[in-house]
Write a protein that binds this ligand. Structure first.
Ligand code: URP
Ligand code: ZN
Ligand code: ZN
Length: 452
């Protein structure tokens, strides 16, 4: 048995000072004092906060965007994840046009199996909606996939409004949930063409071609489709105040709308797109970074409980050789940025004066587990839950830098961020996976089935 002693434990019932024992990959006991017997390992975590392992509900590892592969695969991405305190990721398996959901799941499981330092589950991105795809939904549930994704943007991925309506209805019998990329794709295409025609070829044109209105319109449409289907909807990577207002309106009508945002929309602003030397390309992601007023509105929404979860949308491409593919045409800059390693540190630091440890734990672990059907196996320090545990030392300061990160990418959007605290120990299924921000080399990650 491994016993973490003298910690401040973040439990579903609030903070608890005491000990936590792990055995056979599970949390065995939580008590004020658990004596260590011979053969037990006692680890003093006095002064530290003991969280249920953080869950990143939105990552893209080993993704091919049609031109190039993400810089991080499952080996490097999950290693970086554990260094930063994340013990489970939920990645996106994506159906090929003409392909089956089961084939996509097999492909993604194959990429993750045997190389993952943290646990992994999958959302299934539906790109080809037809009778055969519909018939596969119960099979997905049996295989351990109960959350899905659809895109309103990207020509090679998006489904039509009518298809999404049918998907929403078809998910109800299996209790599935769907997250939607909310940007109006055809309008983005038109705005991109306009910018290029004006000779605006650099990264500064990226946010102009994907304004907040394009997100808000798509969120509004999703919410009405959700109401037509009488189904809950999940807005992924919410980036703007206008979009937030649409979430609020639907909730005021009585609808269930879940909202996820990401550290980049809570910490960074669109002024970076004007950086010299093509540096703005580092921040080309969709939706794009927004104005200071949007950042402020989203931060307030996090603090007042309107945001359910914080995920990264980790989708890393190197600046040199990958982002630079779009040097002459911003629409060719691979979309996405890194973050899977730094989300807990960024959020625990940035919201330390405005959110409690319990609230931060809900946003980055408990709520994610509940929304995606992993709770209480994941997302809780409870006897019987998986021994995924992250120990945070609030007294250790350090600086985020590309030079000290484990993400396999040549920059970080958070270069120079002063962290107020450090992830000290990370256990995945009871196995020590990282210590003081460095990997132990343990490959303890397992495929986790979500269950409805
Ligand atoms: O730019 C981004 N976010 N790329 C990843 C795919 C997506 O849209 O979530
Ligand atoms: Zn997206
Ligand atoms: Zn994404």
């Amino acid at each position: 048995m491994t016993i973490l002693k003298n910690g401040t434990l973040v439990t579903p019932n609030g903070l608890f000072r005491g000990d936590l024992a792990m055995e056979d990959g599970k949390i065995a006991r939580i008590a004020a004092h658990i004596p260590a017997g011979s053969g037990d390992t006692a680890v003093d975590v006095g002064g530290c906060i003991v969280f249920p392992g953080f869950i990143d509900g939105h990552t893209h590892l080993d993704l091919n965007n049609g031109v190039t592969n993400t810089a991080d695969n499952f080996e490097t991405g999950t290693r970086a994840a554990v260094c930063g305190g994340t013990t489970t990721i939920i990645d996106f398996a994506t159906q090929d046009k003409g392909g089956t959901l089961m084939h996509a799941l097999d492909v993604w499981k194959g990429m993750a199996e045997g190389v993952s330092s943290c646990n992994y589950a999958f959302h299934m991105a539906i790109t080809d909606w037809n009778d055969r795809t519909k018939a596969e939904l119960p099979l997905m549930r049996e295989a351990g996939v109960t959350s899905f994704k659809a895109y309103f943007a990207y020509d090679n991925l998006r489904v039509s409004d009518a298809e999404l309506l049918d998907i929403l209805k078809s998910l109800k019998p299996i209790g599935g949930i769907i997250g939607v990329h909310c940007e109006n794709g055809p309008v983005v295409n038109a705005l991109q063409k306009l910018e290029l025609a004006k000779g605006n070829t650099g990264p500064a044109a990226h946010p102009v071609s994907r304004p907040a209105e394009v997100e808000a319109e798509a969120i509004d449409r999703l919410c009405w489709l959700g109401r037509l289907a009488d189904a809950p909807v999940h807005v992924v990577h919410l980036s703007s105040e206008l979009g937030l207002e649409e979430v609020r309106r639907a909730r005021q009508r009585g609808q269930t709308v879940y909202a996820e945002t990401c550290p980049q929309y809570l910490l960074l602003e669109d002024s970076v797109y004007g950086l010299p030397d093509f540096e703005g390309a580092k921040y080309v992601m969709s939706p794009p970074l927004r104005k200071a007023s949007d950042v402020q509105a989203l931060r307030e929404a996090v603090v007042n409980g309107e945001i359910n979860t914080i995920a990264t949308d980790h989708c890393s491409f190197n600046f040199h050789g990958q982002k630079t593919l779009g040097r002459d045409d911003f629409t060719r800059i691979p979309n996405g940025g890194p973050g899977v390693e730094h989300r807990p540190t960024l959020m625990l630091t940035s919201f330390r004066d405005t959110l409690s440890y319990v609230e931060l734990s809900r946003l980055m672990s408990e709520n994610v587990a509940k929304l995606f059907h992993l709770y209480p196996r994941k997302g809780a320090l409870l006897p019987g839950s998986d021994a995924d545990v992250t120990v945070w030392n609030p007294n250790q300061t350090w600086t985020i830098s590309a030079g000290n990160q484990h993400q396999n990418v040549d920059y970080t959007p958070y270069e120079g961020f002063r962290a107020a605290g450090q992830v000290k120990y990370v256990y995945v299924n009871g196995v020590l996976a990282a210590e003081n921000g460095e990997p132990t080399g343990a490959i303890a990650g397992q495929f986790v089935k979500t269950k409805t």
